[in-house]
Write a protein that binds this ligand. Structure first.
Ligand code: SF4
Length: 401
């Protein structure tokens, strides 16, 4: 893979050639699943498939189009008809190509096609489970922890995850935030000198054009006390074509910028995703993953282990597994805490330490993230701790006398 400066130092004609070569090499490997989906779009070319704007324009938003690709169940049809009004459905053709058309339990499918069950609201479920709105000093900014803020720059995503914590914000899939509405956020960050870390998120920030994103990053980078900029995104997974050489070159100008990518299942790690992550990593963007624990999707230790190991192979460091937040209509996605604890227990010591993320609960009402650990300490008595290792054997550890 060429470092980006080699690309950006070239003429636009040379850049075009590189892009075409890159696209051509991907097209040669266009999977049969991708071919099946592209064939359902009239006049679509392989060049269109590589173009993230084409993918967005042609995102699947209705059951008629989707039913050409997937054999929909009654629960899904009811979900599209009804819960789609609550949280819109939008699936880029690329992501739809990962769906098993005949398996209603396909982990990709469960994340993007609404189900009737989304309409069932259970006890303790909330519209804003993490209490973000009550910690928002200005529109689009969440300030919960002393030295960092969450900057929500977009109310749109490439694909609307059915388990989305911010479904209250992205529900309609329409852009409401204007560039002018960022001003109050910049001013708040400028006037709070304790803020050294800004997480740019949304919605998905990568849905914005390179130009708008650059303006945002430039404004934040210009604030002297901001040391650390992160971008939270799912687009390298749902639409990896978004990670273009031009986008990466722009990010590199304002580095270091870290990226947290939302991955939920090993099936999401395709050759395109690998290519996107390699382009980012080769050009100095440190990558971490965030995963939501989802019933029937990734709630088995062997699936999580596979996901974490595959992430390391594409240079993404597993960072968090989140307990699924109790958003309204999420009971079909949520697991007991014991499931997450057991997964960590089955990872720790059983695979590379880098492949073991933290399991965290974002406390309802705005309490913040708290790591939940399997309990290693069995007994504690007069400075002696009895501790269980990964194999379940007990050892004594003595405090200094
Ligand atoms: S990409 Fe993120 S913000 Fe958008 S729907 Fe998925 S979880 Fe929600």
């Amino acid at each position: 893979m060429k470092p980006i400066e080699e690309i950006t130092n070239q003429t636009s004609q040379e850049q075009e050639n590189i892009s075409s070569e890159k696209n051509a090499s991907l097209r040669v490997n266009l999977s049969s699943k991708e071919n099946r989906v592209i064939n359902s779009f009239e006049n679509a070319t392989p060049f269109d498939w590589e173009d993230w704007a084409w993918q967005l324009r042609n995102s699947i938003k209705d059951k008629e189009t989707l039913s050409q690709i997937v054999n929909l169940t009654e629960d899904e049809i009811a979900g599209i008809d009804k819960s789609g009004q609550k949280l819109t459905m939008s699936i880029p053709p690329y992501f739809s190509s990962l769906i098993d058309p005949n398996d209603p339990n396909c982990p990709i499918r469960r994340q993007c096609i609404p189900l009737r069950q989304e309409l069932i609201r259970s006890d303790h479920e909330l519209e804003d489970p993490c209490g973000e709105d009550s910690h928002s000093p200005v529109y689009g900014l969440v300030h919960r922890y002393p030295d960092r803020v969450l900057f929500l720059v977009s109310e749109m995503c490439a694909m609307y995850c059915r388990h989305c914590t911010r479904s209250r914000m992205v529900a309609k899939g329409k852009r409401k935030l204007k560039a002018s509405s960022y001003e109050a956020a910049y001013e708040y960050i400028r006037s709070n000198k304790k803020i050294r870390d800004v997480l740019i998120s949304g919605g998905d920030p990568l849905i914005l054009s390179d130009h708008i994103l650059e303006e945002i990053i430039k404004n934040i980078r210009a604030i002297p006390h901001v040391e650390f900029i992160r971008i939270g995104t799912r687009m390298p997974v749902t639409l990896p074509q978004r990670i273009t050489a031009e986008f990466v070159a722009m990010l590199k100008k304002y580095g270091p910028i870290w990226m947290s990518i939302h991955f939920n299942h090993p099936k999401e790690i395709t050759k395109r995703v690998k290519f996107a992550c390699e382009l980012l990593a080769d050009n100095g963007i440190p990558l971490g993953s965030q995963t939501v624990l989802l019933k029937g999707i990734n709630d088995k230790p062997y699936i999580m282990k596979k996901l974490m190991q595959e992430l390391l192979k594409i240079r993404v460091r597993p960072y968090y597994i989140y307990q699924c937040d109790p958003i309204a209509g999420s009971s079909h996605f949520r697991t007991p805490l014991s499931v997450g604890i057991n997964i960590i227990d089955k990872l720790r010591g059983h695979t590379t330490g880098y492949a073991v993320p933290k399991y965290v609960v974002d406390l309802p009402g705005g309490g913040g993230k708290v790591p939940i650990e399997p309990n290693g300490i069995i007994r504690q008595e007069k400075g002696c701790y009895t501790i269980k290792n990964f194999a379940g054997q007990e050892y004594d550890h003595h405090d200094p006398v």
